[in-house]
Unconditional design. Structure first.
Lengths: 247, 560
């Protein structure tokens, strides 16, 4: 049980989620945030395997509540680093539903990876924004699509990946969760997914759309764009391969 | 044949990828490339329909063991041709229309991706491919509607559309999960075979699983096709570029009718859900038509007209005339696309000539013309009631008497009668130089339209549902108890008769054109319509309440 509680720090359950979100707030460099978002849940799954303990039934509603709470909070968060952290908390909490249903180790590791990679990329994308505008804050600068089309494109696609939009692998992970939950649980997860989509559009409207408020600035380079696009392309391909579709 | 099915959605996808790589090239080259690929897609769609007509057997092509498959059947081949055709027209129209707009390459990339997603949806051979395509359409539409990034209104309504579509996505996901859990397959042909073999497989909370699935699919269709009360996004999508409006009203919004047809083997076992579809469609058709009549903006009026038409499409599904719904959506797609693309010219002409007919006093005093005669009232009433009935009855009789015996057929005849009566009624109210000539021309038009419609619908039904047993079972599932049916018919008949009497009374007292004596009830009704039944206000309030809760949660738990 102790190990399970420790795992709850890494596959964050409210209020133990304070550790992950506190760590993300403390870390200033986006690369460090990205690394934490990638590795943190994998540690939690490792601990779950070590614990070899049946997951008590109340963990699933607890996880759903955590996920719902952070999804709701996400709607009015404007700092992109914090946004990535909240979305990660909301998404990774769902790992408990799979773990409680007895999903195997590889499935759990993959599920966490499908969710955390786009979150890590979101955290990384805060860097070019902070460097140009002093903060990665939605609504501070609007209309980036006008003078930073590449950054806007990468940001939009990464945000869609982060909220489990098909064909990104998070969507297939979500389908897996729906299969193991009962009716009420499945409806709750779908409602959470709806709120993620809403939050993503709010974020995009804060950064990408709207009237331009800043002077033109240098867009991200072709190499960076290709690196992001390539990574997301490989991400989609890996998801399709692992779920048995398309490739 | 297999390659042809795969090439169909792959061609616009390839176009989108090429434009992404060549985005820095001159605008006309990008447009030429995209239009070229659209022509190719249209030719491929035409070829796939031709191949289907030659071979006559549905084909299922899988390109992965888990999911990822395409299915070519009559529904796919017809819908693909329609989608590819409308997409081509929109591509060509956009070449000049969007030429001065920023984000020209982005627009064509999104347009091509949208064509891919719609073609993938209509050709999906399994539940997961269908879900992926269904969701992608909503996402791509969000970006297309928000093409003008600087306009807050465009962004606001793009968001509303996205949220409604996502809301509609949820029941479809649940339906897919439920079907997979119950029948153990995602492949549509196998799934439908298993459903036919074991329609009463399981129950969910005491309700048969197929009823639950049909309800969920219907809910998804309601959101996608702007059925009341999930319609608020549709009229406001005019804030997007005109080509996108045309594509949406001519193609995307029809997805509801398509999905109901795709899941026809499920709806056969869910008669109650078909009744719900009928009721929702009827309410939507009535409200959409009322709202359309009160708009003073041509594009918004067209938006509400689409809502009404979608309502009629669902009414057709609700009475079991699934193939008629597909014919309707194709016909509607073609004429609504034309209207949208021509809306600009209409606005231009209206600036020169208002087109508003002069009233009787103006005609008599200013133009010094005598008032045009009208047909005798009783004669007009008899023609209004009898002629459509004769025309419709004769058309149905010519097509074979079976469908007249079905309730769905009778209801459709009834609707045809009401529509014909309404048309003749409007003719009666017009003041024209030669009312007899006008009436004869209208009746001739009615005969041509009704006979053509009945003939094509009959052919369409034979093509889309070659399994006649399935078609008959859909009609049977949609039927209601005879007594209820007869009461409904009587109520509707009485409504038309009362309408006529009210018109006569108003005309006899000279109140037909007087607006000063509007009763408080009428004013209240008008204000209700002008606020569009307050549905959007309720959604806005809910949105604000949710955002308020989110803010409070962030304040309360700021440390966690």
């Amino acid at each position: 049980m102790t190990l399970l509680l420790i795992a709850s720090l890494f596959l964050p359950l409210f209020p133990l989620s304070i550790v992950l979100n506190g760590t993300l707030t403390t870390l200033r460099h986006p690369a460090a945030r990205g690394a934490v978002l990638l590795l943190w849940p994998q540690l939690g799954i490792g601990l779950l395997q070590i614990a070899q303990h049946a997951i008590p039934p109340y963990f699933v509603p607890w996880a759903l509540l955590t996920s719902g709470l952070y999804a709701l909070r996400l709607l009015t968060v404007r700092d992109m680093g914090r946004w990535a952290g909240f979305l990660a908390t909301s998404g990774l909490a769902l790992t408990w539903a799979l773990a409680a249903a007895g999903a195997d180790r590889v499935d759990l590791h993959l599920f966490a990876f499908w969710f955390s990679l786009p979150h890590a990329l979101m955290a990384l994308l805060a860097y070019p924004l902070t460097r140009r505008f002093g903060a990665a804050y939605a609504g501070l600068q609007g209309g980036l699509i006008g003078h930073l089309p590449r950054l806007s494109g990468v940001l939009a696609v990464t945000a869609l990946a982060a909220v489990a939009t098909p064909p990104f692998p998070g969507f297939f992970g979500l389908l897996h969760v729906l299969q193991v939950l009962d009716w009420a649980g499945a409806v709750a997860v779908l409602a959470i997914w709806l709120i993620w989509g809403w939050a993503a559009t709010k974020l995009m409207q804060g950064f990408i759309f709207g009237a331009e408020r800043m002077e033109s600035d240098a867009d991200i380079g072709r190499v960076s764009t290709l690196a992001f696009a390539g990574m997301l392309g490989v991400f989609i391909a890996a998801g399709l391969y692992s779920t048995g579709g398309g490739l | 044949m297999d390659k042809l099915i795969i090439l169909l959605p792959a061609t616009p996808l390839l176009s989108a990828l090429l434009i992404t790589l060549l985005a820095d090239r001159a605008r006309h080259r990008i447009a030429r490339l995209s239009v070229g690929f659209s022509v190719l897609t249209f030719l491929l769609a035409a070829a796939s329909l031709a191949f289907y007509l030659t071979e006559g057997q549905p084909q299922w092509v899988a390109f992965a063991p888990g999911w990822g498959s395409l299915y070519l059947d009559p529904l796919t081949s017809v819908m693909s041709l329609m989608v590819a055709g409308i997409s081509l027209v929109v591509h060509v129209y956009s070449v000049r229309y969007m030429a001065e707009e920023p984000g020209y390459a982005r627009f064509y990339i999104l347009l091509d991706l949208m064509a891919t997603a719609i073609l993938l949806m209509v050709a999906a051979g399994d539940l997961v491919t269908l879900l992926v395509a269904w969701h992608l359409i909503g996402v791509l539409l969000y970006f297309l509607l928000g093409q003008d990034a600087a306009r807050p209104a465009a962004q606001r309504y793009a968001f509303w559309t996205f949220l409604t579509y996502r809301l509609g996505d949820l029941p479809l996901v649940l339906a897919a999960v439920l079907l997979y859990e119950t029948y153990g397959t995602a492949a549509l042909p196998t799934l439908f075979e298993r459903i036919a073999a074991a329609p009463d497989a399981l129950t969910v909370a005491g309700i048969p699983v197929l009823t639950v699935v049909a309800l969920l699919v219907a809910l998804a269709a309601f959101a996608r096709s702007a059925q009341f009360p999930l319609h608020t996004w549709l009229p406001y999508t005019m804030e997007g570029p005109t080509p996108v409006s045309a594509l949406m009203h001519a193609g995307i919004v029809n997805a509801g009718g398509f999905i109901i047809n795709r899941f026809a083997p499920v709806f056969v076992h869910a008669g109650g859900v078909l009744h719900l579809v009928f009721a929702v469609g009827l309410v939507t058709a009535i409200l959409g038509s009322i709202l359309m009549l009160t708009q003073n903006d041509i594009k918004k009026s067209l938006g509400y007209s689409t809502m009404g038409q979608m309502g009629f499409m669902f009414v057709e599904c609700g009475v079991g005339a699934f193939s008629l719904a597909i014919y309707h959506l194709i016909a509607h797609g073609l004429f609504k696309g034309t209207l949208f693309l021509g809306a600009g010219s209409v606005i231009g002409n209206a600036r020169k000539h208002d087109g508003v007919p002069h009233d009787d006093v103006y005609t008599f005093v200013v133009e010094r013309k005598p008032l045009a005669p009208r047909l005798p009232w009783v004669l007009a009433a008899v023609i209004t009631v009898v002629v459509p009935l004769l025309v419709l009855g004769a058309s149905r009789w010519l097509m074979g008497g079976d469908s007249v015996g079905e309730q769905g057929g009778i209801i459709l005849l009834f609707f045809g009668w009401v529509t014909g009566a309404q048309l003749l009624f409007a003719t009666y109210r017009l003041r024209v130089d030669s009312p007899w000539r006008m009436m004869v021309m209208i009746i001739l038009s009615l005969i041509i339209v009704v006979a053509g419609y009945t003939l094509i619908e009959h052919g369409f039904d034979l093509f889309l549902y070659p399994d006649r047993e399935l078609s008959e079972r859909i009609y049977a599932a949609a039927s209601i108890p005879l007594a209820t049916f007869e009461v409904l018919v009587m109520i509707l008949t009485a409504a038309i008769v009362v309408g006529w009497i009210a018109t006569y009374y108003a005309a006899a007292n000279g109140r037909a054109h007087r607006s000063s004596d509007a009763s408080p009830l009428r004013l209240a009704f008008y204000s209700l319509i002008s606020r569009e039944f307050y549905v959007a206000d309720v959604y806005a309030w809910l949105t604000q309440a949710t955002l308020g809760l989110s803010r409070r949660l962030n304040v309360w738990s700021r440390w966690v």
